[in-house]
Design a protein around this ligand. Structure first.
Ligand SMILES: [Zn+2]
Ligand SMILES: [Zn+2]
Length: 269
C-alpha cells in the first residue's frame, strides 16, 4: 500500500513540476519573437579636424563641436596653428605677423582676474572674457580699469591644467607690448605667448607644468628654433611675470632644453 502511495505522490510531484516549468517558460516564448524592424539611422560622416580623413562619427572623437579621427590628431598642433585638445575661444586681438619673420620665441606670462581670486573661486572665465573683449567693467573695480585693453595671448593654462587657445600660432597675438629680445623690438612679431593662471605670489600647479610641457612639445614640432623667456625678461621695466614662482629649472628639465634656448638662465626671477 505504502509503495502505491509513494508512487502516486511521486507522479503528482513530477506533473506539477512540469506544469510550473511550462508556466515560467511561457512569457519567454513571446519575447523570443524577432523585434519589429527599426529603420537604421545613416551614420554621420565627418572629416577629421587635423588630417581631413572622413570617418563615421562613432569611429572618432568629438572635442567641443570638432571631430578628430584619433586622440593623437586631436592633441597635435595643426597646420593652421590650432591645437584640437584646447578649448577654442577666438580673440580678435591679433593680426597677421608682419615682415615675414619666423617664430623663434615663447614668452611665459602669468595672469589672474581679479588678481589672486583664483585661490577662492574659479575665475578663469574672466580671463577668457578679457581676451575676447567681453569683460564686464561693472563686475569688479579692477575690471573697469582694464576692460577696454585690447590684448590676448595665444594660450592660457588654467589652474586645473586645461588649455585654452585664443589665437592661431600662425598669427600675431597682442601679448607682449613694448618689448625687446636680443636687440629686436616688438616681440609680438616673432613670439608665441603663453599665460599661466596665477598671481606671482602662489606657486603654479603641477597640472599646469604638465600641460605646459605637452604644449611646448607641440610648438617645437612646427617651430624648431624656439627659445624661451619670461615677460619680465623682455619688458623688465614694466613687467614682473611670470615671477619668482615659475620654476625655470624644472621647465628646462621637463622639456630637455639645451641651456642656449634659455638665454636668461634657470634661476627664479
Ligand atoms: Zn586625423
Ligand atoms: Zn605678461
Amino acid at each position: 500500500m505504502l509503495k502505491w502511495v509513494l508512487l502516486l505522490g511521486g507522479l503528482a510531484a513530477i506533473y506539477f513540476w512540469i506544469k510550473s516549468k511550462h508556466r515560467v517558460a511561457s512569457p519567454d516564448q513571446s519575447t523570443a519573437a524577432p523585434p519589429a524592424a527599426v529603420p537604421a539611422k545613416p551614420e554621420v560622416i565627418l572629416p577629421c579636424g587635423f588630417c581631413g580623413v572622413h570617418l563615421p562619427q562613432s569611429e572618432g572623437l568629438m572635442q567641443e563641436e570638432r571631430f578628430y579621427c584619433s586622440a593623437a590628431h586631436r592633441d597635435q598642433l595643426d597646420s593652421r596653428g590650432w591645437i584640437g585638445s584646447a578649448l577654442w575661444r577666438p580673440s580678435p586681438n591679433c593680426d597677421a605677423r608682419s615682415g615675414g619673420l619666423g617664430v623663434d620665441l615663447v614668452v611665459i606670462h602669468h595672469i589672474s582676474l581679479p588678481p589672486g581670486e583664483f585661490k577662492t573661486r574659479n575665475s578663469t572665465q574672466y580671463i577668457i572674457d578679457f581676451f575676447q573683449n567681453r569683460l564686464d567693467p561693472d563686475a569688479h573695480p579692477y575690471f573697469a580699469e582694464i576692460a577696454d585693453h585690447r590684448v590676448s595671448s595665444h594660450f592660457l593654462i588654467a589652474r586645473q591644467g586645461y588649455l585654452v587657445q585664443f589665437v592661431s600660432t600662425v598669427d600675431r597675438a597682442w601679448h607682449a607690448g613694448a618689448s625687446q629680445f636680443e636687440g629686436r623690438e616688438r616681440c609680438n612679431d616673432f613670439s608665441i605667448g603663453i599665460e599661466l593662471e596665477g598671481d606671482g605670489d602662489t606657486p603654479f600647479e603641477e597640472a599646469q607644468y604638465q600641460t605646459l610641457q605637452n604644449l611646448i612639445l607641440q610648438l617645437q614640432s612646427q617651430n624648431p628654433d624656439l627659445r624661451f623667456a619670461g615677460h619680465s625678461d623682455i619688458a623688465p621695466n614694466r613687467k614682473t611675470d611670470p615671477g619668482m614662482h615659475f620654476d625655470w629649472a624644472r621647465f628646462q628639465k621637463d622639456n630637455a632644453l639645451p641651456l642656449e634656448k634659455l638665454p636668461f638662465g634657470l634661476s627664479s626671477r
